[in-house]
Design a protein around this ligand. Structure first.
Ligand SMILES: *Cc1c(COP(=O)(O)O)cnc(C)c1O
Length: 384
């Protein structure tokens, strides 16, 4: 690969987990070998210790681990008895799991447009979407930036609605000094490897202040039983295994440091990219502390001539790999055709899906790599 000056440069990936492993690999190797030698692979102290540590970190009484962030959302909905005939208000600009699990629980997602500044739910529109069937709101702290939970909880209380926070991309983020996952009735976390707290495989967790909800979650994640072979509900089999739990215990100790590194990467992108025309840069919302799972800018394209896609292809040719989260909002996905949303009905989500571009972002991204991303981007913008 050569850059525009003809010099050889390395390809920059959107994220790179191998760099992180270099710094903590020996700790992880030892912990994993200890689990393998112990013969205890499912359940046990490794799981319970991690659940306690994550609960303390988030600032809640209870944490129930499970197999994925998707399962966390599904279990949360089931634990709150949300099902057929119920509506759940959420954002269309998210990973599919946020809507999919609502449908799997038997309820109907009601998609509300986003705030163009934050890419998160537009809270004015949330109020307008509430009906007698509405049971819950699922705010997504997208790209690691927290939703205004003070305002959202005020709305939820006024209308007697439950709030399930989708914290999959935001472990460690804060609103008004409180961690995400501690403000709604339930918080849902993913440990998919590219999330801020990522396992070496799949994993998820649910957090809550309410011990009764936690007991229901534990029952539902284990085939709907509280003990023995007596099943009181149709549950699922969803557990975090011991190998992932010990890896996550180690990584949790590093999480704040890594999130700080992500903030520095974001600050540096901001400084280097600020004067560029045609780009809108992301910022943490006032009152919140973001954790930058993604650094997602907009490539302005008022004439809708595919500028973002062209730019992305040019970047890729020059060795900079960016990502598009998300190219098609949920309300326009084939799975939700039956709900009858039309293009243009949620215009900000539509526009975001045409304009967003996520630059390489991970704690170990070096200043040299960042410089390469920025000069390549400037070069491509000049010719596109
Ligand atoms: C990753 C993600 C999920 C699902 O988590 P998995 O662990 O991959 O199942 C849910 N919601 C959002 C916003 C996500 O980014």
């Amino acid at each position: 690969m050569t850059n525009f000056c003809g010099a050889r440069v390395n390809t920059i990936p959107p994220f790179d987990l191998s760099e992180q492993f270099k710094t903590i690999g020996s700790e992880i190797n030892q912990a994993v070998l200890d689990v393998l030698a112990s013969g205890r692979y499912i359940g046990g102290a490794a799981i319970e210790n991690f659940e306690q540590q994550l609960a303390a970190y988030v600032g809640v009484a209870e944490c129930v681990t499970c197999n994925s962030g998707t399962d966390a959302l599904y279990l949360a909905l089931r634990a709150l008895n949300i099902g057929a005939g119920d509506e759940v208000i959420t954002t269309p600009f998210t990973f599919v799991a946020t809507g999919e699990t609502v449908s799997q629980a038997g309820a109907t997602p009601v998609f509300v447009d986003i705030d163009p500044q934050t890419f998160n739910l537009d809270l004015d529109r949330v109020v307008a979407a509430i009906t007698p069937q509405t049971k819950a709101i699922i705010p997504v702290h997208l790209f690691g930036q927290p939703v205004d939970m003070t305002r959202l909880m005020t709305i939820a209380h006024a209308h007697n609605l439950a709030v399930i926070e989708d914290c999959a991309q935001a472990t460690g983020a804060e609103w008004a000094g409180r961690k995400v996952g501690s403000m709604g009735q339930i918080g849902c976390f993913s440990f998919y490897p590219t999330k801020n707290l990522g396992a070496c495989g799949d994993g998820g967790a649910v957090t809550t202040h309410d011990p009764a909800i936690a007991a229901t979650l534990r029952m539902l994640r284990d085939h709907g039983r509280r003990s023995g072979y007596y099943h009181e509900a149709f549950g699922v089999n969803s557990r975090l295994d011991a190998v992932q739990a010990v890896i996550l215990q180690i990584k949790l100790r590093y999480l704040d440091g890594w999130n700080e590194q992500r903030r520095q990467v974001a600050d540096r992108y901001h400084q280097l990219l600020s004067p560029l025309p045609h780009l809108t840069l992301p910022q943490s919302p006032k009152g919140g502390k973001g954790v930058w799972n993604q650094y997602t800018l907009r490539v302005q394209d008022p004439a809708q001539v595919g500028k973002r896609d062209r730019l992305r292809a040019q970047l890729q040719d020059k060795g900079v790999n960016s990502m598009i989260y998300y190219p098609l909002p949920l309300h326009l996905q084939p799975i939700y055709q039956s709900l009858g949303y039309r293009p243009g009905q949620l215009p900000e989500a539509d526009r975001a899906s045409r304009e967003v571009l996520s630059l390489p972002m991970f704690p170990e991204l070096s200043p040299e790599q960042q410089d390469q991303v920025v000069y390549t981007l400037k070069d491509c913008l000049a010719i596109s």
